[in-house]
Design a protein around this ligand. Structure first.
Ligand SMILES: [Zn+2]
Length: 448
């Protein structure tokens, strides 16, 4: 119950928070003393029910707003209640505004506003893992690799979701990258494809992955680990004289050219190319072969071929993958190169056209003599107004210098032989000067 000077309000009971809410209502009791004929006829105080829509807070913004609205309402509408009390104003405003907006009486607990993405601001609400999966599947595999290496919280998630890597790879490369062989995990594949640094000596600038060996090594490390085919055959002969060729097929092999450069996955049969193997692979194979033989000496002769055929299958799968991967990389390199070439040509054309529109126009020959132009046209990017606005002042200055140089004779230049001859004839000098016979050797030219 709220008392005012002339009015009282009675608010109904709190409605439950659950379920559909009944329309809120209250009762306004007119406590004004009755006057005149009305006072004689009415003995009880007059009351009328009104619907409540808002519960104004004592210090809230809404309270102030409502007061302001009440004043506005009073000024605009002359038929409003003639009460002068602010509380009555508030109440009458509330009763009028009921028809337009109905709000529940129960004030629900406000949800925390989402955190604005700002550097250094910690997120209040955590993103659930399903959302992360959806977000990260559209990321580049190189980015995922960076996240796995540098962000501790991402490490487990990326390690335990191999399909995420596959989605990311398919999305970024339009399903063109071959799937990894069974011996490689998705992370290992991404590491070989997008990682940097030698996997042996950790030299950071190493980028080359030898897909035949599924390793990324610098050239020094590669050459320290390989063995030639004849050396491998000698080692295999010591272990098993009768299965040398079969064991050879159980080893990953690459082809090197005569300059000891990696050519691709093997085996190769052309003469100048050589098959090379990794020494560690040969040693591991021989160790496993010896272990299996010693464990089953009685049945080894029968099981030997099965064991070798299993090994050969794995190596064959690796070689097939390596071939696909090397083909894909060659193709990507060619596409990139032709794309760069197109961009360079577009730059040349664009800059020539813009230079021709200048006053005075700069010709193509003058442009060729400008160092800034020569530097600009080897950048593999599409031209635009910004690149031209950066190049234009440099080209104008250099073209002016070129014109100045062309107009004034350069003392370092060799004199024109025809003009020299013309001058000599004009001054009555002999056309060819005779050298002194004492200091110079006689000419062997038959024409002189
Ligand atoms: Zn290395």
């Amino acid at each position: 119950m709220v008392n005012s000077k002339d009015f009282a309000f009675r608010v109904n009971k709190q409605t439950p928070a659950n379920g559909s809410l009944p329309p809120a209502y209250g009762t306004v009791i007119d406590c004004r003393p009755a006057h005149g004929r009305r006072g004689r006829s009415e003995k009880e105080v007059k009351s009328r029910p009104v619907r409540l829509t808002r519960v104004p807070g004592p210090h809230g913004v809404e309270c102030k707003k409502r007061k302001r609205d009440g004043k506005d309402f009073k000024n605009d509408d002359g038929t409003a209640t003639a009460s002068k009390e602010s509380s009555v104003d508030t109440m009458s405003t509330a009763s009028v505004s009921t028809a337009s907006t109905e709000r529940p009486l129960v004030v629900r607990k406000s949800q925390p506003a989402p955190t604005r993405f700002r550097r250094g601001t910690v997120l209040k609400k955590q993103v659930d893992l399903d959302s992360w999966f959806t977000i990260l599947r559209f990321s580049d595999p190189a980015q995922l690799l960076e996240m796995r290496t540098r962000i501790a919280s991402c490490y487990r998630f990326l390690r335990d979701n191999p399909m995420l890597w596959k989605h990311s790879r398919d999305h970024s490369y339009d399903d063109s990258l071959p799937d990894p062989p069974s011996v490689l995990s998705e992370f290992q594949y991404a590491h070989l494809r997008h990682g940097h640094g030698c996997m042996s000596c950790h030299k950071p600038s190493t980028r080359k992955t030898y897909w035949a060996f599924l390793r990324r090594w610098c050239k020094t490390c590669l050459h320290s680990k390989i063995v030639k085919e004849h050396e491998v055959i000698a080692m295999l002969k010591e272990a098993s004289e009768e299965h040398v060729l079969e064991l050879l097929k159980c080893l990953p092999v690459a082809i090197f050219d005569s300059w000891e450069n990696y050519v691709g996955v093997g085996p190769g049969n052309t003469h100048p190319q050589k098959n090379v193997y990794i020494l560690q692979d040969v040693e591991n194979l021989l160790a496993e072969h010896g272990r299996e033989r010693d464990e089953n000496p009685a049945t080894w002769h029968a099981e030997c071929r099965v064991w070798m055929s299993e090994k050969e299958k794995v190596i064959q799968e690796r070689h097939d993958f390596a071939r696909k991967m090397e083909f894909w990389e060659d193709h990507a390199r060619q596409v990139k190169s032709s794309d760069f070439q197109e961009k360079k040509m577009a730059r040349k054309k664009y800059f020539k056209e813009r230079a021709a529109e200048l006053t005075p126009p700069i010709t193509e020959k003058e442009l060729q003599l400008c160092p800034s132009y020569r530097r600009a046209v080897v950048i593999p990017k599409m031209p635009n107004m910004l690149s031209w606005s950066q190049l234009k002042p440099k080209v104008e200055k250099e073209a002016a210098d070129v014109r100045k140089r062309c107009s004034t004779p350069d003392p370092r230049r060799l004199p024109d032989p025809m003009s020299l001859a013309r001058e000599r004839v004009q001054h009555g000098l002999p056309f060819f000067s005779h050298p002194s016979s004492r200091t110079t050797t006689p000419s062997t030219d038959p024409f002189f």
